[in-house]
Design a binder for this molecule. Structure first.
Ligand code: DAH
Length: 339
């Protein structure tokens, strides 16, 4: 009997020794110590043992049981500790690792250009105002000397909401709103979105931005217009920039002109950038038409003024030498980040 118990114990310890998982140890417990286990089987065989030997055998069985239990318990603890340590090693956080960079956006080149233009005019004492993108025909056309049958209306065909309400084609409508307020003098710029039914290409878009300018005061002359816009061009494109005014026609100004600046790439000699011209057109301008003043309730005998309109995208494209306007609308961060 002693030998049998020794054998059971040896076998149990061997199995414990070779267990590599908690489940295996549990199997050993069931197989040796459980109700149907080997030691229980030995106890059940006690009736074959002589009565006087039974206490001794019983004690031996208990000792064996205790020994197996002790070793088993130790192994379980050891294995649990090893598992815990392995898990902690796996979950370790390296606090010295650089943190993930937060992806912040970037100011859009059109925004940068707008802020630059605003800075220049605010520096000259102008106010920045805004007008509505949805306009009445009156503000967009009629009050700017473009009556219903005027050919200029065709050129700026647009998106009509009703016969009378439309998406503005030009920020010039803000001139009328400012003049109607009846507060003089006026020195304002009005940046904003405008709409035209144009196809998208490298230089056109159905929606783009303009910056309108308007000055109305006593004794404002063409000299004020020229001086102001020449200063603007210098601040925007560089001190050496020269300007040239070409006669043009706008219904709401008289006389009207388009202003060119010397190419800031070649200084006016002519290059690929200015298409050999040496000059680049950047804005429309003129002296506010007396009839326009009158329609908005300003006496043209007492007051005069000048106005101008610049395409914002055009400024951004020129300033940053971007050759396709569509890039400004795609908002690809890889592109925007460069400015
Ligand atoms: N509104 C004109 C356009 O969209 C631009 C313009 C020209 C505005 C002359 C003006 C101006 O204020 O005086 O083509």
């Amino acid at each position: 009997m002693r030998e049998k118990l020794e054998q059971i114990k040896a076998e149990a310890l061997r199995q414990i020794e070779s267990s590599d998982a908690l489940e295996k140890l549990n199997e050993v417990r069931v197989n040796y110590l459980g109700k149907k286990g080997e030691l229980t089987a030995v106890l059940k065989g006690m009736k074959e043992v002589a009565p006087e030997d039974r206490p001794k055998v019983g004690q031996l069985v208990n000792e064996t049981r205790e020994e197996i239990e002790r070793v088993l318990e130790e192994s379980v603890k050891k294995m649990e500790r090893a598992l815990r340590e392995a898990r902690m090693k796996k979950e370790v956080i390296d606090v010295t690792l650089p943190a993930k960079k937060n992806n912040v956006g970037h100011r859009h080149p059109s925004t940068i250009a707008l802020e630059e233009v605003e800075r220049i005019f605010i520096g000259m004492g102008y106010e920045v105002v805004e007008g509505p993108e949805i306009e009445r025909d009156y503000y967009n056309f009629e009050a700017l000397n473009i009556p219903a049958d005027h050919p200029a209306k065709d050129e700026q065909d647009t998106f009509y909401i009703t016969g009378d309400i439309l998406l503005r084609t030009q920020t010039s409508s803000t001139q009328v709103h400012e003049m109607e307020k009846g507060r003089l003098p006026i020195r304002m710029i009005a940046p904003g979105r405008v709409f035209r039914s144009d196809e998208v290409d490298a230089t056109h878009s159905p929606s783009f931005h303009q910056i309108e300018g308007l000055v109305i005061d006593k004794n404002i002359t063409l000299a004020d217009l020229k001086g102001t816009l020449a200063e603007f061009a210098k601040e925007l494109f560089g001190e050496e920039t020269k300007v040239k005014f070409r006669p043009h026609h706008f219904p709401f100004t008289e006389p009207s002109a388009e202003m060119d600046v010397t190419c800031f790439k070649c200084g006016g000699k002519g290059c690929r950038f200015c298409k050999g011209e040496g000059w680049i057109e950047i804005l429309g301008c003129g002296m506010v038409h007396p009839h326009v003043l009158e329609m908005s309730g300003i006496d043209p005998e007492k007051y005069s003024g000048f106005a101008f309109g610049v395409g914002l995208e055009r400024i951004a494209l020129l300033k940053y030498e971007i050759d396709d306007m569509r890039l400004l609308y795609e908002n690809d961060v890889r592109f925007l980040k460069q400015f």
